[in-house]
Ligand binder design. Structure first.
Ligand code: SIN
Length: 175
């Protein structure tokens, strides 16, 4: 592995909707992974898949030593963060991370958007059946919450990822 970084552009790693809804320009795109994190549908969504009165549930990352989270990394110009910060404004903050780009087996410094338990929209853990039932009745300006889960599961399958949490929710929502 080698390390590569360029100062005028930054790698950002997407693990949720940033994988399948790419509404921003990028210079490079690569399937990638980060170590020590796992996806969970523990973040409330007031502005995309729910409303302030009836928040939906979307993914955040939780620290998980030994785990690998697969997703997509984008090399973007600094201006793009204005758009991404706005899109992820409901509780997510940028964190620095080392991203491993699949194809070139290169490690790069980059950023992730994580919603930690101290943000105002955080919902936290619940039984999977409860999470699925909550998602099944939630809708917001970006569409139905179920659609978020199904699109994410489809995108992860294309990446060859196995995420038991996401696939179990997909199964509950399509049974
Ligand atoms: C991400 O996709 O990386 C952040 C969470 C989301 O917007 O769904």
């Amino acid at each position: 592995m080698t390390r590569a970084a360029r100062s005028d552009t930054t790698w950002v790693f997407g693990y949720g909707s940033l994988i399948y809804k790419v509404d921003f320009p990028y210079q490079q795109k690569a399937t990638a992974s980060i170590s020590g994190w796992e996806r969970r549908f523990w973040q409330g969504s007031h502005d995309h898949r729910g409303t302030p009165c009836a928040p939906g549930r979307v993914v955040t990352l939780i620290p998980s030593p030994g785990a690998t989270c697969r997703g997509v990394a984008y090399l973007v110009e600094q201006e793009v963060f204005e758009h991404l910060d706005h899109r992820e404004k409901n509780g997510y903050e940028r964190y620095s991370v080392t991203i491993c780009l699949d194809e070139k087996e290169v490690e790069v410094d980059g950023l992730i958007y994580v919603a930690t338990e101290d943000n105002h929209a955080y919902l936290g853990p619940a039984h999977l059946e409860e999470v699925a039932s909550h998602i099944s009745r939630s809708h917001g300006p970006s569409g139905s919450n179920t659609d978020y889960v199904l699109q994410l599961a489809r995108a992860l399958r294309k990446l060859g990822d196995h995420d038991p949490h996401v696939y179990a929710l997909e199964a509950l929502l399509t049974q």
